[in-house]
Design a protein. Structure first.
Lengths: 488, 119
């Protein structure tokens, strides 16, 4: 088995025992990345030189006998909306094309402190707005399972890099499903932690009440390990929680006897592809075989999740993105006649069409005469939905269902129909609106050989419970062994 | 910005607000965006279809008495109010599109005659 095929934990074990150096593991990742990148375009920036320097310093620390974490020396990729000191952070936008920050996002800082080695920044929908990575200003990413299809989004580059085995782990962000949906469409594992579990400091803001840093990997255990590394309170993000961070791996292999799984009826409506439904129902039966008890639950407001989300996320985006005015950082238009004209030209030239659409919707939803019917109504509906989800989670331990209504669609297929694209997030949005943790993991393939994702949603701050259910399913299912063809 | 706005107030359950080119231009004005003439028709059409969809929110009975404004996203813990070292000036100026010395430079907003007249 090649080094790049190993899970982060297995690679970490070899590194710990001195059987492989970090430099070798990073070289293997860079070689693999070079081989697959021309076909998938997962990266916006590869930091090979810095990665080898960091790898050698981990090797030196190990030789000195310094205490290192279990993932020290393991390569990792970072979505390009997480700030990285001295390396570009473009957010997939022309607006931030040459943007280089003097500091790391907290999640990035923690990853470095745990001695993982960052090998590059991954492609994404511009400002994380999208479900296909087609909205990147720097070209779309291809799905390693079928190069004519999207990898999902917005963390599509991160998911494709993990699926193609360029890296065993990646950091992403999830505002409405941007970690879980691409994980589902590329056959990898993606975890969105509870809102507040991970600091958002240095994550470029899209919708601040929904944004959360998440992790992608090929195995549940790897995601558990990485999530633990990046979790915890940060004085620089006042919405980050002081809840203690448990060892998410401590009971990872615990059994599921008596576990109550709620299966929301609304997750199995007419929009669900029959092949996806078959795979997800199969996963539920597998969990029943492991001792869990499934029961149908109803959360009628889930029918409104896309409408609630679009109004709230766009409203927050319209104010967050007001900062891009061409004054302090980022792009400034080349020609303008006065200050007002500079703002308008800078924003109109710098933002792509989906970002403009969201800013427009958000501005409309907050504007005089409409704020009551749209923003405030959506805000109240979100509260009601959150309460309904919490009430159901008092009766069951976790919720489960599909991650995405369909498998990966063709590049360009939904480009002219933004609403059809928004509906791809139907099943992932509720976790963001309710602030709860959710995991997506592979549960089979369609007849075209495309991966299908299975989603497990848990109580606030119960990442450990969600991961345990995911691990039990992973143990009992054969999907992990399959790798993508990468077009060959 | 007190331009008159000829779009009817939200009309209720069965009819989404009328989205015209004029509405879109007004919102674009508020958002400091502009659309190329050739993109306008497509944008109005897509914007309208999105608003027709989100208009289903009006079906939800979420009266003020049942739920109040959200308070969940308030800060959990504010840090102590004391000064801390931030970014160095040089670092914070590094990404600026235009500088004059250590200042962010923007196009002139007050002409010399105006400046003399005020203050």
């Amino acid at each position: 088995m090649d080094l790049h095929d190993l899970s982060a934990r297995a690679l970490g074990g070899l590194l710990e025992r001195g059987e492989v150096s970090s430099e070798e593991s990073v070289r293997a990742a860079l070689r693999r990345m070079e081989a697959v990148e021309p076909r998938i375009h997962a990266f916006l920036k590869v930091t090979g030189k810095e990665a080898l320097r960091d790898a050698r310093s981990v090797d030196a620390a190990r030789r000195r006998g310094e205490p290192l974490g279990p993932l020290a020396g393991v390569p990792i990729a970072v979505k390009d909306n997480l700030c990285t000191r001295g390396v570009q952070t473009t957010c997939g936008s022309r607006m931030l094309q040459d943007f280089i920050l003097p500091y790391d996002a907290t999640a990035v800082e923690k990853v470095r402190k745990a001695h993982l080695v960052i090998i590059g920044k991954t492609n994404m929908d511009e400002f994380a707005m999208g479900s296909s990575t087609e909205n990147s200003a720097f070209g779309s990413t291809a799905n390693p399972w079928d190069l004519s299809r999207v990898p999902g989004g917005s963390s599509g580059g991160a998911a494709a890099a993990v699926a193609a085995r360029a890296v065993p782990l990646a950091l992403g962000s999830d505002t409405g499903g941007s970690v879980r949906q691409p994980a589902a469409l590329t056959g990898v594992v993606g975890l969105k932690p509870t809102y507040g579990r991970v600091s958002r400091y240095g994550l470029v803001a899209f919708a601040s009440s929904l944004d959360q840093v998440g992790v992608l990997g090929r195995e549940v255990r790897d995601c558990a390990g990485l999530c633990r590394i990046i979790s915890g309170h940060d004085p620089r993000d006042s919405t980050s929680s002081r809840a203690p961070v448990p060892d998410f791996e401590a009971d990872l292999d615990g059994n599921l006897t008596g576990l109550r799984i709620g299966v929301p009826k609304e997750y199995f409506g007419s929009a669900l592809d029959p092949e996806v439904e078959t795979a997800v129902r199969g996963a539920l039966r597998t969990l029943e075989g492991e001792g869990a008890v499934c029961q149908e639950v109803e959360i009628p407001l889930l029918e409104y999740a896309v409408a609630i989300y679009q109004v709230l996320a766009s409203a927050e985006a319209s104010s967050n993105l007001a900062r891009y005015d061409g004054v302090v950082y980022g792009r400034r238009a080349g020609r303008f006649s006065n200050l007002e004209d500079m703002y308008v030209r800078t924003r109109s030239e710098g933002f792509g069409s989906e970002v403009k659409r969201r800013i427009m919707l958000g501005t409309f939803a907050l504007s005089s005469g409409y704020a009551d019917a749209y923003y405030r109504q959506a805000d109240r509906a979100r509260r009601m939905l959150e309460r309904d989800v919490q009430r159901v989670l008092e009766r069951v331990d976790v919720l489960a269902g599909p991650t995405s209504p369909t498998a990966a669609f063709r590049i360009g297929e939904k480009a002219e129909d933004p609403l059809a694209m928004y509906l791809m997030d139907t099943y992932t949005l509720p976790a963001n609106l309710a602030g709860i943790p959710a995991l997506s993991l592979p549960c089979g393939f369609t007849s075209k050989g495309l991966p299908v994702g299975f989603q497990i949603l848990g109580k606030p701050f119960d990442e450990a419970g969600v991961l345990r259910v995911g691990r039990a399913y992973e143990r009992a299912s054969p999907w992990r062994a399959r790798g993508p063809s990468l077009g060959s | 910005m007190s331009r008159s706005f000829s779009v009817p107030l939200h009309p209720g359950n069965d009819m989404p607000p009328k989205i015209t080119r004029e509405t879109v231009e007004h919102i674009a004005d508020l958002a400091k965006l502009q659309f190329a003439e050739e993109d306008m028709a497509a944008f109005v059409r897509q914007f309208r279809s999105i608003l027709v969809y989100v208009d289903r929110l009006s079906e939800i009975d979420a009266g003020e008495d049942r739920v109040s404004e959200r308070e969940r996203v308030g800060p959990e813990h504010l840090r102590e109010d004391r000064g801390e070292a931030g970014l160095e000036r040089e670092e914070s100026l590094r990404n600026a599109p235009d500088l004059e010395g250590s200042l962010f430079a923007v196009p002139r907003v007050v002409d010399k005659g105006d400046a003399r007249g005020s203050s």
